[in-house]
Design a protein around this ligand. Structure first.
Ligand code: DCC
Length: 198
């Protein structure tokens, strides 16, 4: 089935609403009866949506980030618009770099009140990988090294950045970091290898 712009927008809105449900379900402190009632409603919604399903999540076009990059820093690329499990980011491109701002909520907790290190790694993989994709290069992560320099808080704005460090044949090295109040909490360096394919 063709994915029209209207369907894309509807899928995007549905996923955004699902994220709201995920957070609300995780932190709700309602009475038992109300939680059970909500569970029944959600189970019914899942049945309704599942009556006709694609085998995979809608894929954003490969050249989407490159198109956003050429449109300039005011045209961000929305990451994980169609997958509620992904951490949604608006990635802005500026020259050879990328930036995003995120205020992680309770869903992303690892140590108490802090961002889970696995989510930090995922965020960095995305910031580096999408920046490479925005250069029009088809590449996958071969290695990703992280340094957790200090705790990364929840519920506070974080600045995410990435830039290309080196290109040598098929090998692209990119680096990135997470900042809180101007101080780096996480640094990452990744090796990406260009691959064939569509
Ligand atoms: C259509 C899709 C669109 C892609 C659209 C974009 C998708 C976004 C992706 C988001 C990021 C991800 O999550 S990606 C998903 C996670 N990553 C993966 O699943 C990748 C799994 N690994 C692989 O498929 C493979 O190992 C590759 C492609 C990475 C490399 O295999 P290969 O193509 O056979 O290349 P190979 O000859 O081994 O290596 C090439 C050069 O890289 C070096 N090299 C290779 N791996 C490493 C490594 N880990 N550490 C150091 N160096 C390495 C080699 O020494 C060599 O250097 P030299 O001798 O030339 O000097």
């Amino acid at each position: 089935m063709d994915i029209t712009p209207e369907r894309q927008q509807a899928a995007n809105d549905l996923v955004a609403a699902t994220r709201e449900v995920m957070l609300a379900a995780s932190v709700t402190d309602m009475d038992l009866d109300e939680m059970r009632a909500a569970e029944r409603v959600l189970t019914e919604v899942a049945r309704m949506l599942g009556k006709r399903a694609r085998p995979r999540v809608v894929r954003a076009p490969f050249d989407g980030p490159a198109t956003a990059r050429s449109a300039g820093p005011d045209h961000p690329w929305p990451l994980f618009a169609y997958n509620p499990l992904g951490i949604p980011l608006q990635i802005h491109f500026d020259g050879d770099g990328a930036t995003a701002r995120l205020t992680p909520d309770a869903l992303y907790e690892g140590p108490p009140d802090l961002l889970h290190g696995g989510f930090s790694a995922g965020l960095m993989d995305c910031m580096l990988g999408v920046l490479i994709q925005a250069q029009g290069r088809r590449a996958v992560t071969a290695s990703l090294d992280l340094s957790y320099l200090r705790p990364t808080p929840l519920d506070q704005p974080l600045d995410l950045r990435s830039r290309i460090a080196e290109i040598s044949g098929r090998k692209i090295t990119a680096e990135g970091w997470i900042e809180h109040e101007g101080r780096r909490t996480v640094e990452a360096r990744g090796l990406f290898i260009e691959i064939d394919g569509t």
